[in-house]
Ligand binder design. Structure first.
Ligand SMILES: Cc1cc2nc3c(=O)[nH]c(=O)nc-3n(C[C@H](O)[C@H](O)[C@H](O)COP(=O)(O)OP(=O)(O)OC[C@H]3O[C@@H](n4cnc5c(N)ncnc54)[C@H](O)[C@@H]3O)c2cc1C
Length: 309
């Protein structure tokens, strides 16, 4: 079994800032495991600006911020393409990558697996299942990583900050959303957001509007929306579900924790109920900015270094 002082699960802002801080504090044997092809977390696929202020006093795009984070851990063993599958007692974890199964053990393990958006299945939207329905994260990947336009005229479901990030992503690719729909009476961001959407992006915001069904055979052709007790059909060729973030807690629900909690329970020093494990970043919920997660990763690293001393 491979042994390390600290294993960090997740190479996003929280995990990479923790790895860097651990090294600054003199912890030499740190391993970062990241399931995607490259570390950087969500910012890696957010091509718009708004990243890096808390950490570097810069306003960078997501990919630039992710590149700086990767640079900050040069010399640390960061294994991408490696998914952690199970957390066992006393810091023993199992993982898998192209080479096969890995059994690893660390004196301390940091869980920094981030958050994911609520998928369609959990939103109880009826209708057919054509191409062109995705969440914001998947759209970012299409546009910024694959340079691919999955639709021309989608409907955006939700009105959180992330929904506005989707407007930016659409504009970047020349996609023209037909509407942003919000089931509550007010949009989720402060009120001027509706004006920004309408005047700046030319996308009308419909409040009190609940998406009830998706229509289409191969590609989305329309959506059905319920508003003030009436049903309305909106022609479009895609649907982007935004927001509704939940901690990426699949790992936490099995193995040593076997928990039904939505996110890891930690004490003030970011330590979980199994003392070999710590957690930081969006996995602790609710959704925070990358800067806050970056700072939390550092604070968790300091707690880990103290626990190892
Ligand atoms: C569309 C969108 C736009 C945003 N815009 C901004 C913005 O403009 N400015 C800003 O500051 N913030 C923004 N954010 C928020 C910011 O991206 C997050 O707060 C930040 O990335 C969270 O950092 P994290 O390290 O906690 O998680 P993440 O960035 O999600 O990183 C977690 C990492 O863990 C990996 N992982 C998960 N499970 C496993 C496993 N089992 N094994 C191995 N690896 C695993 C994932 O692949 C991922 O790389 C935005 C978020 C979204 C979704």
């Amino acid at each position: 079994m491979e042994r390390h002082d600290v294993i960090v699960i997740g190479g996003g802002p929280a995990g990479l800032s923790a790895a860097r801080r651990l090294r600054e504090l003199g912890v030499k044997d740190v391993l970062v495991l990241e399931r995607e092809a490259e570390a950087g977390g969500i910012p890696r696929h957010c091509g718009h600006s708004g990243f890096g202020w808390q950490s570097h006093r810069r306003n960078w795009t997501g990919p630039r911020f992710a590149a700086e984070l990767r640079k900050s851990v040069s010399g640390i063993d960061v294994r991408s393409g490696t998914s952690v599958l199970e957390l066992k007692k006393d810091g023993v974890i199992s993982a898998r990558n192209h080479a096969g199964h890995l059994d690893l053990r660390a004196r301390a393990v940091l869980i920094a697996t981030g958050a994911r958006e609520t998928p369609r299945a959990q939103r109880f939207v009826g209708g057919t299942r054509p191409r062109g329905v995705m969440n914001a994260g998947a759209l970012q990947q299409h546009v910024y990583l694959k340079h691919h336009k999955p639709f021309e005229r989608p409907v955006i479901v939700g009105s959180e900050w992330v929904s506005f990030s989707v407007l930016l992503t659409c504009r970047h690719m020349g996609i023209r959303p037909v509407a942003m729909i919000e089931q509550n009476a007010r949009i989720a961001v402060p009120r001027p957001g509706a004006w920004v959407s309408k005047l700046w992006y030319r996308v009308p915001v419909m409040t009190n509007a609940k998406l009830v069904a998706v229509e289409g055979v191969r590609q989305v052709e329309a959506v059905e929306v319920e508003r003030h007790g009436k049903r309305e059909r909106i022609a479009c060729d895609g649907v982007v579900f935004t927001g509704g973030f939940r901690p990426e807690n699949a790992l936490y629900m099995t193995g040593t924790f076997d928990s039904e909690e939505l996110s890891p329970k930690v004490d003030q020093g970011f330590r979980c109920t199994d003392p070999a494990y710590f957690a930081a970043g969006n996995v602790l919920g609710p959704l925070k900015t990358s800067g806050v997660c970056w700072l939390q990763g550092r604070a968790a690293a300091e707690a880990i270094a103290r626990s190892l001393a």
